[in-house]
Design a protein around this ligand. Structure first.
Ligand code: CP3
Length: 358
């Protein structure tokens, strides 16, 4: 019985943390902050570890992944941890040969190029093939401070499909869009299989101990609003509806200034925006949802007064309205000075302290 009491107390601590309160648009004593790619190559400890462990192996070693996750969160003093893993891990059990080539980013050696490729794609019936991520979540949850929420994540159907079709990163998504325009039925089949697999994976991450999840639709800003509505929105919406048990969902993309009203329709609880739009403008369009963002990651290469000024102006635009989670507009770049990242976290905490007199 004692154990049960302790675990209820822990749920309370987590659910009342500034990050979780902000996801629900409840007031917080200061603006919570975490940073996309907060664990990664800009950290000397991470680079040292990577000298002996290849990236994919690191992702598949729950103890190491947990250690990287916890170390980054504690070193930075952020208000949430994000599990160390990768967007593309899910493609392996679905039948794709994945490689992270040095300097080239991820490569998929057998990309989707035909109807047979879509039909041969294995839907993931349960999260067992990605148990190493679930194990990393369990270990991380145990190692983190009791009041620090853990974010699980996956790619969105569109962004994942773009990697599967292009065979890697892309600039103009020519093959992806051509595929989409040329065979709507096949496109819908591909995205449905992805969405169902992703829902199982994200649900399992919540069951394993993640308090919130983020869906990365990093490249969705390449689409026109009409194409987003027709080819992407239904799949993202059905993914978010299928996640069970429920936990707050952060839906993030870059270059989305033309898509925000539609992104809201997915049902995501928090919408993540980049720096190409002002926070207050974005929030107005997102409406009754929480918002995450929106500092340009390159700001972190500037001197501290500039970083402070830019952070200040984002906080001013949020204007103490409940439901702002501070973050960059995209991931931290590998050459970023660590001390500037630490300083940003401190500045945001300090500048956003709510005064009773407001
Ligand atoms: O945020 C975190 O700290 C958690 C870890 C995380 C990684 N990838 C680790 C990683 C997260 C959340 C991701 C998401 C991810 N992965 C996205 C969406 C976010 C975004 O940036 O838009 C995408 C598109 C991927 C796919 C991916 N993985 C790419 C394009 C690359 C290469 C990019 C590069 O900078 O080289 C990766 C590799 C990767 N994922 C690294 C890390 C730390 C670098 C690998 C290394 O150590 O060499």
């Amino acid at each position: 019985e004692l154990e049960e009491t302790a675990s209820f107390a822990q749920i309370d601590l987590l659910q009342n943390s500034p990050f979780m309160r902000a996801c629900r648009r409840e007031p917080t004593p200061y603006t919570p902050i975490w940073l996309m790619r907060q664990a990664g190559r800009y950290m000397p400890e991470y680079r040292l570890l990577r000298e002996r462990v290849p990236f994919l192996e690191l992702c598949k070693s729950p103890e190491l992944a947990a250690e990287v996750t916890v170390n980054a969160a504690e070193r930075l003093g952020v208000d949430a941890a994000i599990i160390f893993a990768d967007l593309l891990l899910i493609v392996e059990p679905m039948g794709f040969r994945l490689e992270y080539a040095k300097g080239d980013g991820p490569i998929i050696h057998n990309p989707v190029r035909s109807a047979q490729d879509v039909e041969g794609l294995r839907e993931m019936e349960d999260a067992a093939p990605l148990d190493y991520v679930l194990q990393a979540i369990r270990l991380t949850r145990r190692a983190l401070p009791q009041d620090l929420p853990l974010i699980g994540f996956a790619g969105a159907p569109f962004t994942l499909a773009s990697y599967l079709i292009e065979g890697g990163g892309s600039r103009n998504f020519m093959r992806t869009k051509t595929f989409m325009y040329s065979d709507e039925g096949l496109w819908n089949e591909l995205l449905s299989r992805l969405a169902r697999s992703l829902a199982r994976f994200l649900s399992a991450q919540i069951e394993a101990g993640a308090q919130a999840i983020q869906i990365f639709d990093s490249w969705v800003g390449t689409l026109s609003p009409d194409d987003y509505r027709k080819f992407v929105l239904p799949h993202t919406k059905s993914l978010i509806e299928s996640i069970s048990p429920r936990a707050p969902v952060i839906y993030f993309g870059t270059g989305t200034a033309g898509l925000l009203e539609l992104m809201r329709e997915t049902g995501g609880d928090v919408i993540g925006v980049d720096w190409r739009i002002q926070l207050d403008h974005a929030w107005q369009r997102i409406g009754e949802r929480a918002i995450m963002g929106n500092l340009d990651p390159v700001t972190l290469f500037a001197d501290l007064p500039i970083i402070r000024d830019r952070a200040r102006s984002i906080l001013d635009r949020a204007d103490n309205r409940p439901g702002h989670i501070f973050n960059l507009g995209h991931g931290i770049l590998p050459q970023t000075p660590v001390e500037n990242v630490v300083a940003l976290v401190e500045m945001v905490h300090e500048m956003s302290q709510r005064r009773e007199t407001r």
